[in-house]
Design a binder for this molecule. Structure first.
Ligand SMILES: [Fe+2]
Ligand SMILES: [Fe+2]
Length: 377
């Protein structure tokens, strides 16, 4: 009896999953196929998408591929992480002498030896994988099978980052039926977009989307988690809808600590929006990541201890594609090559812009400039 098993977070299911599973069904022709969404502990999960919704997405995406598919909630019943070897164990108990085929992502194949109890998997199952473009294939010393063809390079993480950045589901990556579930349940940050649309002017909302997209691009180059970069980008101006007087009142009401507060209140209260945005990110949207919150706080004036994420947001904010001035293009181009140089250039432009506008120069901006010049020397 041939049993195909396909486990994953399916958070969400994307077209790469569908293509691999379809091909595996065609090639292996199993008597039965188990689709096993992973159980995430709500306290440890990277994404809080409930199991039920991920199961719904798996059913929506895979049901039409065959009649002999079991959508298996064994991981939820266990209530904890199930290792692949345990999945194989479970199927050996469930069926009489099953011929088990374990479908895995291509990227997993090279590090299969690092999995828990890999010997058990190699002895009791055939590992099935699809090739992706550019995949460097190592020699596998265990029973395995490559599906014919090349499969699209997609990841659920990227899909989530795309939705959070743009507020839309990428049709080229997500099956339509899965897209409906995402929209219906406001998954992956769609509620953030609704909030921003309600609280910001259309131009400011568009700017937030463009900054998030720019953050996503730069996160790839500088190896920062895309979801963190996009989260910082989309929320960085959440407080920008408030007037100067409202920003001052907000900071006082919530006891937000702001350096040079008195002077900022007197000369340039709009600078407070980055502190208010960070507060909103934390309290309105539940962002806990300190690096993300710091990046939002620092996006206007910078700091002397900026993380790569902070630098990305600072630069993306001044050079996003909605910015029409010439410098935006220069900084954007520079940012793709050298983040430090782009940061120096961005800080320089901000200072000159403030002086040209005959506005008050916050000492934090001057401190940042001196710090960057020292670092560059
Ligand atoms: Fe801002
Ligand atoms: Fe901004």
């Amino acid at each position: 009896m041939k049993v195909l098993v396909f486990g994953g977070s399916f958070d969400p299911v994307h077209k790469g999953h569908v293509a691999m599973f379809r091909k595996a069904l065609q090639i292996i022709r199993p008597d039965v196929a188990h689709v096993v969404p992973a159980y995430h502990s709500p306290f440890k999960a990277k994404s809080p998408t409930p199991f039920n919704l991920r199961m719904q997405m798996a059913k929506a995406a895979f049901s039409s591929l065959g009649k002999n598919i079991i959508f298996d909630d064994c991981e939820r019943k266990r209530g904890g992480k199930t290792y692949s070897y345990q999945l194989v164990q479970y199927l050996r108990q469930r069926y009489v002498q099953p011929d088990i085929y374990l479908l895995v992502g291509t990227d997993c194949l090279n590090d299969l030896h690092a999995w828990k109890n890999p010997e058990y998997i190699f002895e009791n199952a055939t590992v099935v994988a699809g090739r992706r473009k550019g995949f460097a294939e190592h020699k596998a010393d265990f029973k395995h099978l490559f599906l014919p063809g090349v499969f699209p390079k997609m990841s659920s993480t990227r899909v989530r980052a795309h939705i959070l950045a743009s507020g839309s589901v990428p049709e080229d990556k997500v099956p339509q039926s899965v897209g409906h579930i995402i929209l219906k349940n406001d998954l992956y940050g769609l509620e953030v977009h609704r909030w921003l649309k309600a609280h910001l002017k259309p131009n400011r909302y568009l700017h937030s989307v463009k900054v998030a997209e720019q953050c996503s691009l730069l996160s790839d180059i500088y190896e920062v988690a895309a979801e963190k970069a996009v989260q910082a980008g989309i929320l960085h101006d959440a407080g920008k809808g408030l007037s100067g007087t409202e920003l001052i009142a907000f900071c006082k009401q919530h006891k937000i600590s702001v350096p040079f507060f008195e002077d900022i209140c007197r000369f340039e209260p709009s600078l407070l929006h980055s502190y208010v945005s960070a507060w909103l990110a934390k309290h309105e949207f539940g962002v806990k990541d300190k690096e993300v919150l710091a990046a939002i706080t620092e996006h206007t004036l910078g700091s002397l201890h900026m993380s790569t994420l902070s630098k990305i947001l600072f630069v993306a904010d001044i050079s996003s594609k909605d910015r029409k001035y010439k410098d935006a293009f220069v900084i954007r181009t520079l940012a793709a090559q050298d983040l430090e140089k782009a940061l120096l250039y961005a800080a320089n432009r901000k200072l000159w812009f403030t002086i040209d506008s005959q506005k008050w120069l916050c000492p934090a901006g001057i401190e940042l400039w001196n710090h960057l010049v020292k670092c560059a020397a």
